[in-house]
Design a protein around this ligand. Structure first.
Ligand code: G6P
Length: 500
């Protein structure tokens, strides 16, 4: 069973009972679809619109259970606590998180609704995989009600350092929620480390390597032990595995699209439509303040200003897909980006040669691959990003083994994609040098780097990711007492006694 904030569907047409939905072709769906079909899987999530009450339905062989959210819940749980509290907090407070008790109330209420829906359909000993920051309380809710379940959680976004995380007024409750899982997956080694540190600081639980020992009280122990073959003396604990599982993409699918003659022709056409610039640079992001869109524009604008590049020679296409538009920080960012684009274009565009082609739209995957194929330089300058799948999509699409990836060291992808030009997007001069380096890079070097990047992405795709996670989850089966009942050798006292 998968539990995620969004169902993997797009609304196609119609209202209420006549509504037509189509599965959205994300990587997660591609990776999980075969497993879900085979195992009679259920996917629980919100269909993405307020006040939509839908019966469970099947799409592409997967049973989907829609969870309704009222307009107030969308405001308080989704836009509020998820995207105006947790999102900025977990992304290094790039934007200031807002802490509102009514948002927290809504977050708990909605997490409970997701958990109840899962509990209503979970078979005995079912494997439940909960996704992302919107649903961090669900693992504990599931475990408290049903200790037989095998529970996984994957955090798609970063987990912040303790000094930042500790701002959260409900920091203990969130940690407790997550620790309900048997396996907690993070993108980076650093995220898993930050989480373990928060657990030590707030609870004093022992952590060893990737394992966290969570003491059980008597009732919990009894509940848990009922499902164990044996019990041991002393303080019983559950062991939670918390480690990195860097997510990826359906790399074969991108390769396939990149080989499609129509898409290849479209790539050529795109370059022509842009006036055949010598160098085409590309940015593709949700319009989000974590993505460093303004930083890359600053660098690009300065290069134009200094005459190191010209609009006739070098074009930048920036796809910024609309996102979370009713959250103030996003509306504000949109204004800032759009002012910057028009300033740069006003100052440096030439007739028939815009400096920046700004597209505030979403595109189908086919068009994205055509853009990737057309782009000489891909700019990923996130200030903080769990992984950044666009970087991997670009690499997988470059079956010609050409193209340069400029990649922020603050994106999780930089742990794996070491042959990219790694940048600190806050360092505008460094970013400018990287852009110039990318533009001037000889083909031999471009291909050497791209070959190495491709090797990584093609061997570490999303199918491997999900198989690795599920494998760890099944092995973490708490029906195996050898793995999951232990006596801590040492109990560390909590270091801090906050008001929570
Ligand atoms: C990030 C999050 C996802 C989220 C996506 C789109 O990738 O990790 O959980 O679904 O952004 O954001 P949205 O708010 O539109 O779901």
């Amino acid at each position: 069973m998968i539990v995620s904030n969004r169902l993997p569907v797009d609304h196609v047409s119609g209202e209420g009972k006549d509504a037509v939905w189509r599965t959205s072709p994300g990587g997660l769906v591609a990776a999980l679809e075969p497993v879900m079909r085979e195992r009679d899987g259920v996917w629980i999530g919100w269909p993405g619109m307020p006040d939509v009450e839908l019966e469970p339905f099947k799409a592409d062989g997967i049973e989907l259970v829609p969870i309704p959210l009222s307009a107030d819940e969308v405001r308080d749980y989704y836009e509020g606590f998820s995207n105006d509290t947790l999102w900025p907090l977990y992304h290094d407070v790039i934007s200031t998180p807002a802490y509102h008790r009514e948002w927290w109330e809504a977050y708990q209420r909605v997490n409970r609704r997701f958990a109840d829906a899962a509990l209503a359909v979970a078979a005995p000993n079912a494997i439940v995989w909960v996704h992302d920051y919107q649903l961090q309380l669900v693992p504990k809710m599931l475990r408290d009600a049903r200790p037989d379940l095998i529970i996984g959680f994957f955090n798609h976004i970063p987990f912040p350092p303790y000094g930042i995380y500790s701002q959260l007024p409900w920091r203990r409750q969130i940690i407790d929620g997550l620790l309900g899982a048997d396996v907690i997956g993070f993108q980076r080694v650093a995220d898993a480390g930050n989480f373990a540190r928060a657990v030590r600081r707030l609870h004093g639980y022992e952590t060893r390597a990737n394992l966290i020992s969570v003491p059980l009280d008597e009732t919990q122990a009894e509940m848990t032990l009922r499902h164990q073959a044996t019990a041991r003396r002393g303080q019983p604990v559950r062991t939670v595995l918390a480690r990195p599982f860097p997510i990826s993409i359906d790399a074969q699918e991108y390769q396939k699209l990149a080989a499609d003659p129509y898409i290849r022709a479209r790539a050529q056409e795109i370059r022509q439509e842009l006036g055949n610039p010598r160098v085409l640079m590309l940015g593709v992001d949700r319009l989000d303040y974590t993505k460093g869109i303004r930083h890359r524009m600053k660098a690009f604008g300065e290069l134009l200003e200094e005459g190191l590049i010209s609009a006739e020679d070098v074009a930048l296409v920036q796809v910024a897909s609309p996102s979370r538009e009713r959250v103030d920080a996003y509306a504000q960012l949109r204004d800032e980006v759009e002012i910057t684009v028009s300033r740069i274009n006003g100052d440096f565009s030439q007739l028939g040669h815009a400096a920046i082609h700004y597209l505030h739209q979403g595109y189908p995957r086919e068009e994205m691959v055509a853009l990737y194929l057309a782009a000489d330089v891909m700019l990923v300058t996130a200030l903080r990003d769990g992984m950044n799948l666009v970087a991997k999509e670009y690499v997988a699409s470059r079956i010609d083994q050409d193209g340069v990836l400029i990649l922020s060291e603050f994106a999780g992808a930089s742990d794996e994609l070491r042959q990219a030009l790694l940048v600190n997007p806050h360092d505008i001069d460094g970013l400018k040098s990287a852009i110039v380096h990318a533009i001037r890079m000889p083909q031999r070097e471009r291909m050497r780097r791209m070959r190495a990047l491709r090797k990584r992405v093609l061997t570490h795709d999303v199918q491997r990711w999900s198989a690795t996670f599920l494998d760890a989850l099944v092995r973490a089966d708490h029906h195996d007492p050898a793995n999951h009942i232990d006596i801590p050798r040492r109990t560390v006292a909590p270091l801090d006694y906050g008001g929570d």
